[in-house]
Design a protein around this ligand. Structure first.
Ligand code: MG
Length: 275
């Protein structure tokens, strides 16, 4: 089986530092944790930034740039993926601050979904403009799909030439009011994909262990981290590196080797940057 790409989603927009002290929230903490996760086996880190005063998710361009540039310097094999997501109303320019830092990869969500805490709105105009910008600036989209229609939207964009292959999907499963973390849902999603697409699973909450196993067993890739799940075992708070280490242990046991950043670039068709 192909090597597995492990993504560590370090911070996210929901968990709080007060409740989970291992959550990295400052630039220095995020960089330090990203390096630990890379050393443990992660090829990609998915980055959110937090407001220095309130601790809430923000899209601070300076922090994004500092994380990206420091990691590129200290850890050139690691792929830095900046988030364009946000679960509350914020204007398009702000949401796109990560893209303006020109990371190798960024999350891209082609559709809207209603979470219990509010709507996560991505209008057609918004994600179309993002896709064009990412194509022009050689930023690989990780296509975050919270539900089936988002996969179809991405396929339409692929057909229209706004996305280039191989497409890289991230199926976020187990979020309330979005797609469930079930094998039947995963089977349907996979049935939609083009032959050469790559996919990873991000299981939220207590679905994380199931999605790790499904992805490893099914030839997919794995995303773990405190953004999606905060416990290693019932009642035991995790660190990001511990969650990466667990994926590595299971992968080794079933004969899936771990992809380096450079091996992941080749698999995902990330083109080298012109400098
Ligand atoms: Mg995210």
């Amino acid at each position: 089986m192909k090597k597995v790409i492990i993504t560590a989603a370090l911070t996210g927009s929901v968990p709080s530092k007060e409740k989970f002290p291992a959550l990295p929230v400052t630039v220095d903490e995020i960089v330090e944790d990203a390096i630990k996760c890379h050393e443990a086996g992660a090829a990609v880190v998915h980055i959110h930034t937090r407001d220095k005063v309130t601790g809430k998710n923000c899209h601070d361009e300076d922090q994004f740039r500092a994380v990206k540039e420091t990691l590129t310097l200290k850890c050139p094999d690691l792929i830095v993926q900046l988030s364009t997501g946000g679960r509350y109303e914020v204007d398009a320019h702000t949401r796109n601050s990560g893209l303006r830092c020109h990371p190798e990869m960024a999350s891209w969500c082609p559709g809207s979904v209603g979470f219990p805490t509010g709507a996560y709105v991505n209008t057609t105009e918004f994600y179309t403009d993002q896709a064009k910008y990412m194509l022009e600036n050689n930023i690989k989209p990780e296509i975050e799909c919270f539900d089936t229609h988002m996969v179809q939207n991405a396929l339409d964009f692929y057909k229209d030439g706004l996305l280039t292959g191989p497409l890289y999907f991230d199926f976020v499963m187990g979020v309330q009011r979005a797609q469930p973390a079930t094998l039947s849902q995963l089977g349907y999603l996979l049935s939609m994909l083009p032959e050469d697409a790559e996919w990873n699973l991000a299981g939220v909450g207590n679905s994380q262990v199931s999605t790790i196993l499904w992805a490893l067993g099914g030839g997919g890739h794995v995303r773990v981290g405190l953004e999606d799940s905060q416990y290693l075992y019932k009642g035991v708070k995790a660190t990001n590196a511990q969650m990466v280490e667990r994926v590595v242990r299971i992968a080794k046991e079933i004969g899936r080797e771990i992809a380096t950043g450079d091996e992941s670039r080749k698999m995902l068709g990330i083109r080298p940057r012109k400098i």
